[in-house]
Design a protein around this ligand. Structure first.
Ligand code: HEM
Length: 402
């Protein structure tokens, strides 16, 4: 079969407003042959019904062993690749069970006090910075360090190592060159090896120490699986949460009526978090699958081994699913979304992500009643990679008291 002509969608206009590109694609159909910025061919799925069905379709594998020659993903060493997001079926269930008890809603609620304490400390720093210099960056000063602290504590990553780790993750996800990706992955790999060696010598009762016990005393996971679990939880735990907090604050600032409604009635916080997850989904084209056989998605037959990207952000703006989908409305009756996934790979950290976003919004709205943007919204810098839509900085200030 002749391969289809690939659309080049990742242009300047896309980076300025990806939603306009998705709207155009959805009007043409649900599934599109598209070239990624590195030239590799993918099928981009844009309509809600097809994205939702794709997340639970057993013929769509997460495992790279089903990828054909067109796939150019991260080239991870086997020690980092044996993670939940690259494994199907029984091995996936076995590994997920080993860690899921650490992430149950009840277990996570016990972290509430610690999350609030970390958030209030960061908010005080933001306040002091605004008082001394006139403005602060809500990404660098709060949205990024909060999940780094929370997930670092959960896993047992020493405080002094957290910033370097976050900088390697940043270099991997937004590289300046292909060499940057390889160097960042090598740093992350070497660091996790050293961390596991440290926790073998000096257990601290946190998640990595617990997993080492499961590995060494019960032999229920192998060394690569241990390293890969630590890698995935750290990566998945810090990046997305940061982006929902920062673009969530931006969204609220751009919708003052909604911000006022939330300030007037803090009981709207959980609703606000869900509408933010729907409206400002960080994952645009990060969710990938490989058909194990030729598979029909919508009206399109996608050949086995091709790469399918399930575009969550586009699904959430699909007018056939959500009335007036571009409108941010915390009182929207149906806010059900796909931002945390669906099915077997449903986000393990969902309760922890929700707890952090809820706490951050609560602390920010209470501490800063006069919060304003210090830069016009149009001038804000967004990450230029296609995978996630993420603010790099959010300069804020406090407007004078009326
Ligand atoms: C707002 C923040 C977050 C978002 C938007 C998010 C999103 C997602 C999505 C969409 C998936 C499914 C991917 C797929 O089906 O291919 C996923 C899986 C996962 N997430 Fe999250 N996540 C967030 C926060 C977290 C946190 C805080 C943690 C842990 C500390 C975490 C750990 C994981 C893990 C381990 C998986 C793999 C689950 C599996 O394959 O069984 N995530 N996440």
């Amino acid at each position: 079969m002749t391969p289809p002509a690939l659309q080049q969608i990742f242009d300047e206009a896309y980076h300025l407003d990806p939603y306009a590109t998705y709207a155009r694609l959805r009007a043409e159909g649900g599934v599109h042959p598209v070239a990624l910025p590195d030239g590799s061919p993918v099928w981009l799925v844009t309509t809600e019904a097809e994205v939702r069905a794709g997340l639970t379709n057993p013929l769509l594998s997460v495992n790279k062993k089903h990828a054909g020659p067109g796939f150019k993903g991260f080239s991870l060493p086997p020690a980092l690749d044996a993670n939940l997001l690259n494994i199907d079926a029984s091995d996936h269930m076995r590994l997920r069970r080993l860690v899921s008890k650490e992430f149950t809603p009840r277990r996570v609620e016990q972290l509430g006090g610690r999350v609030r304490e970390a958030c209030e400390l960061l908010a005080r720093r933001v306040h002091d910075r605004v008082v001394s210099t006139g403005e602060a960056d809500l990404v660098a000063d709060l949205a990024a360090p909060l999940p780094l602290t929370v997930v670092g504590d959960l896993l047992g990553v020493p405080e002094k190592d957290r910033d370097p780790f976050a900088s390697w993750v940043g270099a991997m996800l937004e590289p300046k060159s292909p060499q940057d990706v390889a160097a960042a992955i090598a740093h992350i790999h070497a660091y996790l090896l050293a961390l596991i060696a440290l926790r073998r010598r000096e257990p601290d009762g946190n998640l990595i120490s617990g997993l080492i016990t499961v590995r060494d005393e019960q032999d229920r996971l192998d060394e690569n699986e241990l390293l890969s679990l630590a890698f995935l939880i750290l990566m998945a735990g810090i990046d997305n949460t940061q982006h929902v907090i920062s673009s969530g604050v931006l969204t609220l600032l751009r919708h003052p009526d909604q911000l006022e409604a939330l300030r007037a009635d803090p009981d709207l916080l959980p609703e606000t978090v869900e509408e933010l997850l729907r409206h400002t989904t960080p994952n645009h084209t990060a969710i990938r699958r490989f058909p194990t056989t030729d598979v029909k998605i919508g009206d399109t037959v996608v050949p086995a081994g091709d790469t399918v990207l399930l575009c969550l952000a586009s699904a959430h703006r699909d007018p056939t699913r959500y009335p007036d989908p571009d409108r941010f409305d915390i009182e929207r009756p149906d806010k059900t979304h796909l931002t945390l996934g669906v099915g077997l790979h449903y986000c393990l950290g969902a309760p922890l992500a929700r707890l952090q976003i809820r706490t951050a919004l609560d602390v920010i709205t209470r501490t800063f009643p006069r919060l304003t943007l210090a830069t016009p919204a149009k001038a804000l810098p967004w990450r230029r990679t296609f995978r996630s839509h993420a603010l790099k900085q959010l300069p804020i200030t406090l407007s004078p008291a009326p």
